[in-house]
Design a protein around this ligand. Structure first.
Ligand code: BGC
Length: 511
């Protein structure tokens, strides 16, 4: 154990799956819906003529009037257009640090509530935008909302869930991200058909719906026992624990939580503490997972799917339609993960998906490389279908592995004292890499052409090796017992945990 006198030898603490846990998870996970809607909406909107004409006239002219003059791969290469997509993530990564402080001091619920409010303000700016500045201010506010929500929601879910279902319940967050993306894809498909050129306003405005759900949800849910106890509300924490676990004998879990909180309270500067040697494995793994997730190339598809399909010669309608299919595959495959994560384990899913993603990206690169020339020469129908199928194969693998597990693992591997700081760093790295991909992809496509997909498949090879050698399995291990049961047994990371043990023993002997 981390200290104190409690030893848990059983696999798990007793717990029922109570309606309050399920409900709380559904409510909190709407934070994912908000995030997903943003991911999905920008790609469709930036491929709509009326939107481009109003805010990015130079791109509009290129896509419509000078079609023959441009290289296929470079039609959408425009920094301002990329900034519209990417600035949200820049704001999000900054906001997540403030969010960490609030999550720790005021609780997970407070952060989720603030996230909902800021997001709604951002939606209002976006839907009413009269110029590029309003549009960008709106995106920055949305980013702050996302930064707050992504910081608090995964931690909330991991803490409130009984450990044998932690994986599945945490993936509700990712499931909602994918539902948000699909919802945005469907909305874009429909609003693109609206006459009068204001469809994009509806697309951007409907982002308010998930934010409203999160805000209402945050009013209703209880804060986690971990957070209540950490903030000194011991009795309330105990009552909530009894309520959410649905059993009388919550004493063992309660003691373990108090134990973890005692250690946590001694830490005055979580961000300084997280840099200590003993936290290095968790920190390195969290950062690596988030960097790798973005370098699978998923957001090249999610943000710029419609634009990419236009580049390959699809009509606007067909491109938005294919994006809806891909969005649906993303949702369905995430359900596979919910079912298998606590059975097959994290490592198995990540590794299998690595192989599948590598092969599909490679095939996409080959087809595009052979079939799409710089100047107008669309893909034939057969190859176009094959590209869409390969994109689906890629997205499905991502959706049952790197999509959800990148959010799950960092939220469960840190000890309580560094959990919220660790989550902030993880979110920050994720949003930073998302920003980089969003800002650079269209320029990279213009420069590297089909080679961009070879680049992503190379990254997938590296990350699969990382999983194989450096990622320990955390399936079914109670969240406050990771050090004892995971880190101290890993061939490499045990050195970091054992170093600490040696130091602790020395202190005891000296006493
Ligand atoms: C990622 C997003 C991505 C989404 C796709 C999430 O886990 O963080 O960047 O767009 O999955 O489903």
């Amino acid at each position: 154990m981390t200290g104190g006198g409690f030893t848990a030898s059983a696999n798990d603490f007793e717990a029922k799956i109570t309606p309050i846990v399920i409900l709380s998870c559904i409510m909190a996970a709407t934070g994912g819906l908000m995030f997903g809607y943003d991911v999905g909406v920008s790609g469709g909107v930036t491929s709509m003529g009326a939107f481009l004409k109003e805010f990015f006239p130079e791109v509009y002219i290129r896509t419509v009037e000078e079609k023959e003059l441009e290289s296929n791969y470079c039609k959408y290469d425009n920094e301002k257009l990329q900034l519209f997509t990417s600035c949200l993530y820049l704001a999000g990564l900054t906001a997540t640090f403030l969010a960490s402080h609030i999550t720790r001091k005021q609780g997970r619920r407070a952060t989720m509530l603030i996230a909902g409010f800021i997001f709604i303000a951002g939606v209002a700016f976006n839907a009413a935008a009269q110029n590029l500045l309003m549009l960008i201010i709106g995106r920055l506010l949305l980013g702050c909302g996302v930064g707050f929500a992504n910081q608090a929601v995964p931690v909330f879910l991991s803490e409130i869930a009984p450990s044998r279902m932690r994986g599945a319940l945490n993936i509700m967050f990712q499931l909602n991200i994918t539902l948000g993306i699909l919802f945005a894809n469907l909305v874009n498909y429909a609003t693109n058909k609206i006459k009068g050129g204001w469809g994009w306003r509806l697309s951007l405005g409907l982002g308010g719906l998930p934010a409203l759900f999160l805000t209402l949800g945050a009013f209703v849910v209880v804060d986690t026992p971990n957070s209540l106890i950490e903030r000194g509300h011991l009795e309330e924490g105990k009552t909530v624990l009894r309520k959410i676990r649905g059993i009388e004998n919550i004493e063992p879990e309660f003691l373990a939580l108090v134990d973890a909180c005692t250690v946590a309270k001694e830490i005055k500067h979580p961000f300084r503490n997280i840099l200590k040697r003993r936290n290095r494995p968790q920190l390195l793994i969290s950062i690596a997972l988030h960097v790798f997730q973005q370098f699978t190339g998923i957001n090249a598809i999610m943000f710029y799917g419609p634009v990419l399909f236009n580049t390959l010669g699809f009509t606007k309608d067909a491109a938005l339609y294919c994006t809806v299919i891909i969005g649906a595959v993303n949702v369905i495959s995430t359900v596979v993960s919910i079912y298998s994560v606590d059975r097959l384990g994290r490592r198995m899913l990540l590794f299998e998906a690595g192989v599948q993603m590598f092969l599909s990206q490679f095939v996409i690169a080959v087809i595009i490389g052979i079939k799409v020339r710089d100047h107008y020469d669309d893909l034939s129908k057969g190859f176009a279908v094959l590209v869409v199928v390969m994109v689906c194969v890629f997205v499905s693998a991502f959706a049952w592995s790197w999509g959800p597990l990148t959010w799950l693992i960092p939220s469960e591997i840190f000890p309580l004292e560094t959990r919220s700081a660790g989550q902030s760093i993880a979110v920050c790295v994720n949003l930073l890499c998302t920003f980089l991909i969003a800002q650079a992809f269209l320029s990279m496509l213009c420069f590297f052409k089909f080679g961009i997909f070879l680049f992503f498949s190379g990254c997938i090879l590296i990350m699969s090796a990382f999983v194989l050698f450096l990622l320990p399995e955390t399936k079914n291990v109670p969240i406050e017992e990771m050090t004892e049961r995971v880190w101290k047994h890993h061939w490499l990371w045990k050195r970091f945990a054992q170093d600490d043990l040696v130091k602790e023993e020395k202190v005891v002997t000296a006493d």
